[in-house]
Design a protein around this ligand. Structure first.
Ligand SMILES: Cc1cc2nc3c(=O)[nH]c(=O)nc-3n(C[C@H](O)[C@H](O)[C@H](O)COP(=O)(O)O)c2cc1C
Length: 366
C-alpha cells in the first residue's frame, strides 16, 4: 500500500504542518484514541510522539496475526484516528491523516497537525461524546425506528469516500441480514477455532459485576442473570460438542444475533470498496463518527462483526464453503459493497458495566 494522505476528507499531495505536538497535547490525543472501540477491548498498538504528529504503531499481535484478522485491527485504528482528528478539531487544529503499509516498528497511521482546513465546528462538536460512547449489549432495544431524514443525515455525516452506511430499512433487507448474522454467530459454536476466539478474551476471573481494562468483562456482555452460569459453562468446547447434538448452536445463534436484531428499531451495515487498500481504516473512521453521532442522539449501539468478517476469504476457523455462502448472502444485501460491520441502534437501558481502559502510559512508545 502506498502512503495515502487525507486532510479533512480530501486527498492532497502534501499538507503543511502547522502545529507542535507538545507532551500535554500528545497525552490528550492518546487518551482520546484509546477511548475508541476495539475488538475484544484490546488495542494492539502503541503511540509515538513526533514534533508535529502522532504515530500509531502496530504491536506483535497486529503484525503477526492472520491477514483476514487485520480488518479488525485496521478498523480499530481508524476509530482511534477519528477520535484524534476530532480532539484536534476541538483544540482548533486541522489534521492530516496518512495510512501506511504494515511493517515492523513503523506506523500504520500518522496524524499530523495541519493548517486549519475549513469549518471544524461539526467535527469538534463530537468531542464531548468520545468518553460517553460505549457498546451496549442489552438484549432489548426499544423505541421507534428513526425518521428517514435522521438516518440519511447520520449516514451522510459518517460516510468516508470509500465506506458507506447502508440502512436495513425494508423487511426484505432486515430478514436477509438477520439470516446471515445468525448463521455467522451460530458458527462461533460450531467451529473450535471460532469458539476459542470468542471465549479466550472473556474475563470470567472478574465475576459479573466489574469492568475490565482489557478483555471483555462478563458484566459488559448483557447476559441475563439466569443465563450467566450456562454462558460460563459453554466455554468448554467438549461440552458444546455434546450439546450441539441437540441443536445448541442454533439456540445460541438465535440469542446472539437474531433476537437482538429482531428487537432493534434500526440496523445498518457499513460497506466498503475493497479495491481500496485503506478501506478498513476508513471504515473505522466511519464507524466511530456514526457511533458518536448516535450517542449524541441518545441512541445505544452494538456492533456485530462476525458475519462481515467470515465472508472475507481466509478468516481463521471459517470453512471455505461457509465463507462462500456468507459472501453470496451478502451480495443480495449489500450489492457491490463489501460489508465490514453490522450495527444495531435504538434506545436501551445502560449496560450494567462499561469496558474500562488501561492508563494511556501503557500505550506510549518511549
Ligand atoms: C472491529 C470491532 C469489532 C467488534 N465486534 C464486536 C462484536 O462482534 N460484538 C460485540 O458485541 N461488540 C463488538 N465490538 C465492540 C467491542 O467489543 C468494544 O468496543 C470493546 O469491548 C470496548 O468497549 P466499548 O465499546 O464499550 O468501549 C467490536 C469493536 C470493534 C472496533
Amino acid at each position: 500500500m502506498e502512503s495515502v494522505t487525507v486532510v479533512d476528507g480530501e486527498a492532497t499531495k502534501s499538507a503543511e504542518p502547522s502545529g507542535v505536538m507538545n507532551e500535554a497535547l500528545f497525552y490528550q490525543l492518546v487518551e482520546a484514541a484509546i477511548a475508541a472501540p476495539s475488538a475484544e477491548n484490546r488495542h494492539h498498538i502503541r503511540f509515538r510522539r513526533c514534533s508535529d504528529s502522532i504515530e500509531i504503531i502496530p504491536d506483535d499481535t497486529f503484525l503477526t496475526d492472520a491477514p483476514a484478522r487485520h480488518a479488525l485491527y485496521q478498523m480499530a485504528v481508524g476509530a482511534m484516528v477519528e477520535n484524534i482528528v476530532i480532539t484536534l478539531a476541538a483544540e482548533g487544529s486541522g489534521a492530516s491523516v496518512q495510512w501506511h503499509e504494515l511493517a515492523d516498528d513503523r506506523p500504520v497511521a500518522t496524524v499530523t497537525i495541519a493548517e486549519r482546513a475549513g469549518d471544524l465546528a461539526a467535527t469538534a462538536a463530537l468531542q464531548a461524546f468520545i468518553a460517553q460512547r460505549c457498546t451496549n449489549r442489552t438484549l432489548r432495544y426499544s423505541g421507534q425506528a428513526m425518521p428517514a431524514e435522521q438516518r440519511t443525515t447520520l449516514a451522510q455525516d459518517a460516510a468516508s469516500p470509500h465506506c458507506k452506511v447502508v440502512w436495513m430499512d425494508s423487511r426484505r433487507l432486515r430478514s436477509a441480514l438477520m439470516r446471515v448474522a445468525t448463521l455467522a454467530e451460530r458458527e462461533r459454536y460450531l467451529s473450535a477455532e471460532l469458539h476459542s476466539e470468542l471465549y479466550k478474551d472473556i474475563r470470567f476471573d472478574l465475576g459479573w459485576r466489574v469492568g475490565a481494562e482489557e478483555g471483555l468483562a462478563p458484566a459488559t456482555l448483557g447476559i441475563e442473570p439466569l443465563l450467566r452460569p450456562v454462558f460460563k459453562l459453554l466455554r468448554h468446547w467438549k461440552l458444546i460438542q455434546v450439546l450441539n447434538l441437540f441443536g445448541m448452536a442454533y439456540v445460541l445463534g438465535f440469542r446472539a444475533a437474531k433476537m437482538p436484531l429482531l428487537l432493534a428499531p434500526d440496523i445498518c451495515v457499513l460497506t466498503c470498496d475493497r479495491t481500496v487498500t485503506t478501506c478498513f481504516f476508513e471504515a473505522g473512521r466511519t464507524l466511530q463518527r456514526l457511533w458518536l453521532a448516535a450517542t449524541r442522539a441518545g441512541l445505544s449501539v452494538q456492533p456485530f462483526a462476525a458475519s462481515a468478517l467470515y465472508g472475507l476469504p481466509g478468516y481463521p476457523g471459517v470453512a471455505e464453503h461457509l465463507q462462500r455462502r456468507i459472501a453470496e448472502a451478502w451480495q443480495a444485501i449489500a450489492g457491490e459493497g463489501v460489508p465490514v460491520m453490522v450495527l444495531r441502534l435504538g434506545h436501551a437501558r445502560p449496560p450494567l458495566q462499561r469496558a474500562l481502559r488501561p492508563s494511556p502510559d501503557r500505550f506510549v512508545s518511549r
